[in-house]
Design a protein around this ligand. Structure first.
Ligand code: SF4
Length: 220
């Protein structure tokens, strides 16, 4: 007789995580299930956790409301996991704000214990923490990355506004491992960046283009 294992319940998955970890709090702007719109995993379903707080100060930032951590609620890991486990997401993207302003050890440990792949998108300007399956470094001139992050970079995604950003991208790529995927992304309100990037990628095919496809598709 063939017997099928019953799918694990959310409660069973949560029981793998210890109470102190579940009770750890983070300042969170929003968390939601959507489609990854940018970078190497474009088009994949992913649960986004947008942590609050950023000290980088990019003038063109499109999530300035994330900057002040105190203006957002503090949520427990348990609360985020309960919402996450209502979805079939297998990838969780931790973003911000600048997510490394908060110690990610508890949150990422919990996410992996419930079977999720943990991705992070960071400027790399604060100390690296957490257990991470995929690191996307998006360096910013306003507060450049610290050196310790480069060996861990799976994906380098540089936002381009003008020509000098291409040289800035090359300088960061030189510090990353050879396995790192190299991506250039035009800043949304800088259409002049697009022909610059197209010409550059044709000349340097180790680089690819990343687009903010969620904005084209109208996906939040
Ligand atoms: S690092 Fe990100 S969240 Fe912070 S200011 Fe720059 S674009 Fe905005």
């Amino acid at each position: 007789m063939i017997t099928e294992n019953a799918p694990e319940t959310a409660a069973t998955k949560l029981s793998r995580v210890d109470e102190p970890t579940l009770n750890t709090e983070y300042a969170v702007m929003e968390h939601f299930y959507t489609i990854q719109g940018e970078g190497a995993h474009t088009g994949s379903a992913a649960y986004f956790i947008r942590l609050a707080g950023c000290d980088v100060g990019c003038s063109w930032c499109d999530v300035k409301e994330s900057w002040d951590a105190d203006s957002h609620p503090r949520l427990t890991v348990r609360r985020m996991l309960e919402a996450l486990l209502e979805t079939p997401a297998s990838i969780v993207v931790i973003t911000g704000g600048e997510p490394l302003l908060q110690d990610l050890d508890a949150l990422t440990r919990a996410l992996q214990l419930v079977g999720k792949q943990v991705h992070i998108e960071t400027s790399g300007s604060s100390h690296l923490s957490g257990s991470l399956d995929w690191v996307t470094l998006s360096p910013k001139r306003f507060k450049p990355p610290i050196e310790e992050i480069y060996p861990y970079v799976d994906e380098l995604k540089v936002v381009v506004l003008r020509k000098k950003d291409l040289q800035w991208a090359v300088e960061h790529a030189a510090k990353c491992p050879s396995r790192t995927q190299l991506l250039l992304q035009p800043e949304w309100d800088s259409p002049n960046a697009i022909p610059l990037i197209v010409d550059f990628v044709k000349e340097h095919p180790e680089w690819s283009i990343s687009l903010q496809t969620h904005k084209y598709l109208g996906v939040p």
